[in-house]
Design a protein around this ligand. Sequence first.
Ligand code: ADP
Length: 604
Amino acid sequence: MTLKPKITNRTQISGTYIRIIKMALKQKLLLVFGVITIFGAAGFQLWIPILLGSSVDIAMDVFSAENADVSDQLIFSGVLLLISSIMRGIFTMAYNYSGESIGQHIGYELRLLYYQKLQKLSFSYHSHIHTGDLITRGILDIEGVSMFVRTAVLRSIYLVVLIGTGTYLVLSADLVLGIISLSFVPFAGWRATAARLQLRSSWFALQEKLSILSKVMDENLGGIRVVRSFASKTHEMDKFDRASEEALTIANNQVQIKSKNVSLIGISFLTAMGLVLWVGGLKVINGSITIGELTTFLAFMSILQAPVRMLGMMVNAFARGAASGGRLFSVLDMSSDIEDSQGSTKLTITKGVLKFKEVHFGYEGEHTLNGVTFEVKPGHVVGIVGPPGSGKSTIAHLIPRFYDPSSGAITIDGQNIKDVTLDSLRHAVSVVEQDSFMFTASIDHNVAYGNPWAEDLDVETAARNTQMYQYISRLPNKFSTMIGERGVSLSGGQRQRLSIARSILLNPKIIIFDDSTSSVDAATEQKIRVALQEISRDRTSIIISHRLSSLMHADEILFIEKGKIIERGNHNKLINNNGKYAELYKLQIRPDDKNKSEKIKNER
Ligand code: ADP
């Protein structure tokens, strides 16, 4: 994914601005306050050169006249100048405040909408887009829209009022001097805009490099154990250094663009000022204008200089607002493949019978599942076994609707899962994954993730059932012990057991264990299995495992290969079949384990 703007269509750009302005219009009071204060700020700003000019003329009179009246006038104009400067400052502060505040409100609203959307986007979308890109997009684009509102929306009104009225005042006072004093405006405006646009395109290049850096860092830290154990520090540093060096070159280039253009604008301004002094000075000598009037022109020039330089910033804010807003809205408007269908109702569990009927599914056109049909009754356990890549996890992922089948149906108590609300479905179904994700939080918060109101006793029971209680109670802070980032302070097996505890705490009617004890040793696994048998008594369970000892006790075992069930039946039947299952059994189970498995079956 690239961070470059993809939106070039004018209708799309104006559509984006309209949506942003509509969001800004929600802050009516702030907006009205902002517009009023803009006129105040521009009015006082423009009054300052006029007051300055007249003060200079009065001061000249002080030297030539002796009456006290002129001195009083000078003091009066000095006071007026002071008041208008203070007022200008207050109004500027007020309109900046409203612009900032509206921008921050919009940033806040967009952040919530974006985060909400990410929670709803389908797994297939997430598997296409890098997490780092999504984070960068969220942060930078929301900032781009917010910046557009903060710096461009109110300020453009201010600039139009200030430059428009200023130009009129200067030209109407003296056409020739007016034209000379404004002569720097087109050149400076052009350079400021061109520089901003150049900086903008290099800004995108820089963002891409920074995005690569954050990806490298994210992957490096996420896979820190792999990096360290493969002694890949140097290779990782090289990767980081390359992207970092490219970012440095772009940043240097930006400094050059900035300094070149700032100098050019400065030269054009000072040249125009020199010309005004020269032509204006001659006019003062021949008496056609006063020194005060000349001062007014020079002061107008100084005042107009800042907004002209700002033009570049405005053009940039408009361009960034359109690009960022366009990208952001394209995510916000995206419909998820997996959503509540129209008229969907809450899933009503009467018994908890789960059925797969001729289910076909493929990721991006591949045939991963080819007509899978089976049924799991409440209190029953179905085991799924088969070679890696045969589609076992895919079956698990279809049940809570992480993906939808391309044909066929999955029903729970006769209700097609496509016709029930996602919330009710996901409350009833729990998938315990092999790769158990832990949050950077305490053990009890991780276990109670699905039900933050769970009683301490229930959290403890879940930990007992998953053989984690003894370990946790030996820790200094027991259940309040913080788990390091993504659970790095726990072993793989401990993470898996906490993950099972998290699921059983929710008391789901249908529970799927997807190789969720693969990192647990055989003895502990057996203890967990005995505990889970008690819990599973009135539940519908599916156990997916590559380890036969985990599922030999199942009521029905499905042997799956290339997305098809090629053998089915209980353990004894499959052994008698002498097919793939029996072959796997001979490979995996030693005579010892055989006795154990008989014992387990008798325990049931
Ligand atoms: P198993 O659990 O039996 O090892 P999976 O159900 O995980 O197998 O995968 C079945 C096939 O689907 C494999 O070929 C795998 O590469 C592919 N697959 C799994 N997940 C995805 C995905 N998110 N996108 C594309 N292909 C996938």
